[in-house]
Design a protein around this ligand. Structure first.
Ligand code: SAH
Length: 395
């Protein structure tokens, strides 16, 4: 979906469409129960199959010995457990891991694991590319190609867990947190993302706590409102600017859903979350663009209606070739943080992880064909500026 088509909820989960094989990995417990009932089976088959898939990591129907031979044969013919292929597996000096996955149609996506002392965060993608074209994001420069299916979203967690099994992070709970902060705008792939979230939260799936599963959005306002009726996972919004004039430039979807409407929708979501939970406001610091003292003052005013209920997450810009932006000096970042803290905003600076393997925020850009042709325009621009010579951006 592109921005101009607006926001629409697609009610048919991609995993059960027509003659396509039934992609069990992306199906919630409710969807599996409905499926087994449609086969004349008892709904508890859903519990058995989810345990095989997500707890025991089964790769074939043959191993699912508590299902009848007949049912196994039926699943063999009609369903699939297919997952993306691992094309690359990079390990950063700081322990961050980045996988490049190839989907069945050859499209590529990236997934990043970030180990910390007390938790392990997996950053997953929701689309191939992105339609929103935020001015400072490498994924946006590639344009949009397609939505991921729920099975492709869940598979990223399954494959990462499998890869981490033989490492220091091989404890059963290596992945404690999941963030939808990889490639794509999750709220423009609404139903598949919600179906995948259901599998990730379910104890029969990955058992991730709703407070540790974060959906990050550039601000698709009607979808935030719809989300409140469907789930209560943690929400992060990509604000990046305290005024509409600046945000229109940095996050173009703001022209459609300006800041006041976005904050209103956040208020509605907060009501869903209840009194003790908050929303994360992401703010990428771009040197000389949105990091000046007057920007911090404007941000204090902008967020005032939500002050008690937001946590501010400052992200020093992660550079990529031809972006036209620079990362502020550490002293500037500190000053911005101190100004916000003095105004009683809980403010964290997101440390850059995995930048030696281009795994940091906004650097995910697994090579792929761009149907919107934005990538070729971008490469042409780089060439004009002499930043590349062979049509490669170096990633
Ligand atoms: N589309 C969603 C998910 C992306 S999340 C969203 O916009 O929220 C990734 C976060 O990193 C977003 O806040 C995004 O704006 C930010 N980001 C993108 N490119 C960046 C870069 N080069 N440096 C730092 N942060 C960046």
């Amino acid at each position: 979906m592109t921005m101009s088509e607006g926001f629409a909820i697609d009610a048919t989960p991609a995993s059960t469409a027509g003659s396509e094989p039934v992609a069990l990995l992306g199906m919630s417990k409710a969807a599996l129960e409905a499926y087994f009932q449609s086969l004349g089976e008892k709904p508890f088959r859903a519990v058995q199959v989810m345990k095989w898939l997500h707890h025991r990591d089964a790769d074939t129907f043959e191993t699912m010995t508590d299902l009848s031979q007949k049912l196994r044969a039926h699943l063999e013919a009609e369903a699939t457990l297919a997952m993306p292929d691992v094309v690359q597996d990079h390990q950063s000096r700081d322990g961050t891991r980045k996988w490049l996955f190839a989907l069945a149609d050859g499209q590529r996506i990236e997934t990043v694991f970030i180990p910390e002392k007390d938790r392990g965060t997996l950053c997953i993608s929701s689309q191939v590319g992105c339609a929103l074209d935020c001015s400072f994001c490498a994924t946006g420069k590639q344009g949009f190609n397609r939505n991921l299916t729920a099975a492709e979203i869940v598979s990223q967690v399954r494959l990462a867990r499998r890869a981490l099994k033989d490492t220091d992070f091989g404890r059963p709970k290596a992945i404690t947190n999941v963030v939808l902060m990889g490639m794509g705008e999750p709220l423009l792939n609404f139903e598949p993302v919600l179906e995948a979230i259901s599998v990730l939260l379910d104890d029969l799936g990955y058992g991730i706590s709703k407070r540790r599963l974060t959906l990050s959005t550039a601000g698709v306002v009607p979808a935030i409102r719809a989300l409140a009726g469907r789930t209560d996972v943690a929400l992060a919004i990509s604000l990046h600017a305290p005024t509409d004039a600046l945000r229109d430039q940095l996050v173009p979807i703001n022209r459609r859903y300006p800041i006041a409407e976005l904050l209103d929708a956040c208020q509605a979501y907060l009501e869903k979350l209840g009194e003790w939970r908050s929303i994360t406001v992401e703010y990428t610091l771009l040197a000389g663009v949105n990091d000046r003292p007057e920007d911090a003052e404007a941000l204090i005013a902008c967020l005032a209606p939500l002050r008690e209920r937001v946590k501010l997450n400052l992200i020093p810009f992660n550079p990529f070739p031809g972006s036209g932006y620079a990362r502020p000096a550490p002293a500037e970042v500190r000053r911005f943080q101190e100004t916000m803290m003095a105004a009683h905003y809980g403010t964290m600076v997101r440390t850059t992880r995995g930048d030696d393997i281009d795994a940091a925020c906004g650097q995910l850009a697994g090579a792929f064909d761009d149907r919107t042709k934005r990538r070729s325009r971008y490469i042409a621009r780089l060439r004009d500026h002499g930043e590349i010579v062979h049509g490669q951006t170096g990633r």
